[in-house]
Design a protein around this ligand. Structure first.
Ligand code: NAG
Ligand code: NAG
Ligand code: NAG
Ligand code: NAG
Ligand code: NAG
Ligand code: NAG
Ligand code: NAG
Length: 407
């Protein structure tokens, strides 16, 4: 009887493990170095902002679509295609906005203040679950400074009666209400809690538990009323990072301020500082790395333009930018802006996005120049993630279509 009970418990344990595999070890930080299983780990990959919700594809009739924001859910095939592409590039991670800032329209996680839309989790759950099996981790911003289809700080402002728009209110000091109005701060915390305690339908782990998400970022390009003022108040950063660490103690936390603000160095819950580069700029990168050097934290180049052209003698040079990151003792890695893939289930067309920074790996219509840029990225990622030197002109490995859904 006792033996039988024991056997059945053991058996159900085995079944549960097989049904809900966890494959990744957590990422930890020691000083400026990120570690996995005690060994240095580099975070390199693309930004893929659309994994939880897209704005670039009109789905077939009958599929969920919000015409006002052009929002639709990416297909499962598009998500696995993107993950297989990151592997082919030698990447280890993805920075993805819509896994974390997903609110304010009917297809999102929080369409209205305090209301949760369970259907919105399906794409996010799938993206997190499959990435775990592909061995690829995520950095996830929890809000956005900008007023885009997937929502961010403007939705919270509007929900509390501050009718601000990005177009002409950028100088408006009321913008700071997002950080200073305690009702808004409480609503943002409630949003964060609902998101990170959500249990994934595919692996039964909350996002807080699942090591596939290695880092939460307080937000994307957060600033104050003036462009690039880094006026993301330290009190707010301390409050929000403490709140995230409490809910998800095994995650790293990125300060989502747009630039490295030294007044945030004494906030202990920040693991990583970051900045974005349009165009890449080695002078600016060196300054940011030097700034972080004394802070005993890691640095991450969260976005940069990969397209070029390079200036052989000036600071706009992708190869030098990569060299500096590879040589730096505080740089944990970088993520280019931004990757798109095939429009599955259609394997023959690629999804386009009009910001001028769209990278479509293995697109047969890519120019030789574009493929040479992709080769530079791959060479850099492989050097960072595997410590291997590959020739810059090594043929780009093909990604099968459809890429397998793993289990
Ligand atoms: C908010 O502002 C926009 C334009 O700036 C205006 O069209 C809209 O009616 C305003 N909404 C409210 C609720 O005041
Ligand atoms: C602000 O921008 C909106 C949308 O572009 C426009 O409708 C509105 O008139 C502008 N308001 C001001 C005060 O310029
Ligand atoms: C999922 O995890 C929760 C919390 O650990 C547990 O109570 C529940 O039984 C699990 N569900 C399945 C299907 O394993
Ligand atoms: C940095 O953060 C502080 C504290 O929140 C803020 O007062 C300041 O405006 C920010 N910007 C710079 C450039 O220091
Ligand atoms: C590069 O960055 C430096 C330092 O921030 C700046 O002075 C310079 O104008 C930038 N150059 C380009 C081409 O963006
Ligand atoms: C990086 O380090 C290598 C090897 O020490 C050196 O040859 C190269 O000049 C360095 N590059 C930069 C941009 O510092
Ligand atoms: C790659 O570059 C090397 C050195 O410039 C050259 O010898 C080789 O033929 C090139 N390989 C390809 C596939 O273009």
């Amino acid at each position: 009887m006792i033996k039988l009970l024991y056997a059945s418990v053991a058996l159900s344990g085995v079944l549960a493990a097989a049904q809900y595999p966890t494959v990744l070890s957590p990422v930890t930080r020691e000083g400026s170095t990120l570690l996995v299983d005690g060994k240095p780990w580099k975070a390199v990959g693309p930004n893929i902002y659309w994994l939880g919700l897209d704005e670039n594809v009109v789905p077939p009739d009958g599929e969920p679509y919000d015409a006002a924001t052009k929002s639709s859910y990416p297909t499962k095939g598009r998500i696995t295609d993107a993950l297989a592409t990151v592997q082919a590039l030698g990447g280890t991670m993805i920075r993805s906005h819509t896994l974390g800032t997903n609110l304010g329209n009917p297809l999102t996680v929080m369409p209205e203040l305090g209301v949760i839309n369970e259907a919105a989790f399906e794409a996010i759950d799938w993206a997190v679950y499959q990435a775990g099996l592909y061995g690829i981790r995520y950095m996830v911003p929890l809000t956005d400074n900008w007023d885009y289809y997937h929502g961010g700080k403007y939705n919270f402002l509007r929900w509390f009666g501050y009718n601000l728009t990005q177009a002409n209110d950028s100088q408006n000091p009321e913008m700071q209400q997002f950080y200073t109005n305690q009702a808004i701060v409480a609503a943002f915390k409630n949003y964060i809690e609902k998101l990170v305690t959500h249990r994934n339908q595919y692996n039964n782990l909350t996002y807080a538990e699942d090591p596939t998400i290695f880092a939460f970022e307080t937000g994307n390009e957060l600033q104050g009323p003036r462009n690039r003022d880094m006026d993301c108040p330290a009190d707010w950063v301390r409050d929000i990072t403490g709140f995230i660490k409490n809910l998800a103690p095994n995650k790293l936390i990125v300060d989502g301020t747009y630039g490295v603000n030294r007044t945030h160095f004494d906030i202990q819950d920040i693991d990583i500082f970051s900045n974005h580069y349009y165009p890449v700029n080695t002078t600016k990168l060196q300054l940011d790395l030097e700034t972080v050097e004394g802070a005993d934290r890691a640095y991450f180049a969260g976005e940069y333009s990969w397209v070029g052209p390079d200036d052989s003698s000036g600071p706009v040079n992708l190869v030098s930018f990569f060299d500096i990151i590879q040589n730096s003792s505080v740089a944990a890695g970088d993520a280019f802006w931004s990757l798109f893939g095939r429009n599955l289930p259609d394997c023959n067309t690629f999804v386009d996005h009009s910001d001028g920074f769209t990278l479509q790996y293995n697109n047969p219509t890519n120019s030789e120049y574009t493929n040479s840029r992709i080769q530079l990225i791959r060479k850099h990622f492989v050097a960072m993630s595997q410590g291997k030197e590959i020739p810059a002109n090594e043929t780009l490995p093909a990604v099968p279509c459809p890429a397998p859904a793993l289990s």
